[in-house]
Design a protein around this ligand. Sequence first.
Ligand code: SF4
Ligand code: SF4
Length: 533
Amino acid sequence: MTDTPVAAPPAPTSAAPAAKPAAKAKVEAPPFREFPTITALRPDAMVGSTPYVASAAHNEALGFPGTLADGWEQKAVAKMGELLGKYRSLKVYLDSCVHCGACTDKCHYFIGTGDPKNMPVARQDLMRSVYRRYYTLPGKLFPKLVGARDMTRDVLDDWFRYYNQCSECRRCSVFCPYGIDTAEITMAAKEIMDSVGVGHKYVNEIMGKVHKIGNNLGLPGPALENTLEGLEEDVLEDTGAAVKYPLDVKGAEVLLVTPSADFFAEPHVDSLIGYGKVFHAAGISWTLSSKASEAGNFGMFIGSYEQMRKVALRVREAALELGVKRIVVGECGHAWRVAYSFWNTLTGVGAGAGVGDPFAIELQKQLDPNYKQPAHICEVTWDLIQAGRLKFDKAANDHRIVTFHDSCNVARGSRMGDYAGGQFDIPRHIIRAVANHYVDMSPDTTHERTFCCGGGGGLLSDELMDIRVKGALPRMEALKRTVDQNGVNFMAMICAICKAQFTKVLPYYGFKMSMIGGVHQLVSTAIVLGNEQ
Ligand code: SF4
Ligand code: SF4
């Protein structure tokens, strides 16, 4: 069964960024489709999906203009020119598309909505048309002939709607014969919009909290301390083992940087409990940091190198202050992508020492070269399993038939281990080491072809619930097949955004929100703790 086309699409409005979005719009999950499916076109189906616009205070706190000002059109075009000069890839992507159509049906938001502007190539064309007008000769001379458009308020409104319907998941780039990465175009569009005072409220507000308090949630140090003490009591009661969840311990071997949702949200906290048990069982001293109490880095979502670096530098400062030897990242997809792919040049954590940056050089001297820096918590756990340093009672997970959801930023934006594909194998190896029943979902929906949860890229805000639910359709369909065919009752993952998104959208598709959790939740269930100190 396929969606039916909408007979009379709603007319676009021309002032979406300034207008209030349809926050109370009815949220509906599309019906499950039979295989094979061709998504029916529903022009303008998602024209009403717009995030809240960031307030002047939120924008200015990040150094962006508060609101749209006179002359913003020229400023936006100039910013595009700056980015084209800075990022060669952006120019190549805008120049090289041949409109072959291979990417059109690969985006979960197009599949879930049928809105043609959610085809990756159409999303790119929102920027490509403006690029052609100002930065190509044919576009300057014969704009209509080459589909070039002026930068106008209507164009900006379309950017704000549809670039905020892209989770920057990179799935479309896997299928593009030229490797065009729509996510990079989306990031550039968001950077341009922020530079003229049009930002996404949820994202910019969160970054302000990280700069001010240290985490996305605005959770102050004392609250964090209380939470961790509570966890120690709970684990002692459950297991009889005095597992510690230390904060700001100078001289600890490992600094663990994890998404702040791990500190209190369900099911995230169960993974934090698991990390602590792993370190306890292996006898590794570790600490969290009240200064770097957030692994997430929303600077990446808005394409801002400066914001990304500012957030990342908190981690470096904390590592230097605490004198740790290793930096480990918890279960967070985009945080791991930033750490794996960008920390090296942002902060000097990793192989490079940062040319002429004394703090990066100092950190390189401090970190232990015998370990991968930074390391993912899954790499740490898998190394310990292979070394025989952890014991498990796999039967403790026998009530679960487990599948694994590859998170986009891990699958297509980073790696684990020392070989290509380690990011797919290592979490699965861990699950198989701690649970007896494991089934993969369809291969066209896993590994590098995995589907986004529907809430990535900074789209996790309530006013975007409709696009989030619709964008989750392909993952929900793959899950349903394993539920029906294999009796799967637990979907494991290693991303805080995926966990938060799925707990909200699963009920729309008839699943219980309790059927998802972290890989280290499974580890936590099965790990056998002795009398370690
Ligand atoms: S697959 Fe690549 S070249 Fe083909 S339409 Fe999509 S972006 Fe353009
Ligand atoms: S959401 Fe993912 S698949 Fe869709 S356009 Fe963006 S990067 Fe491509």
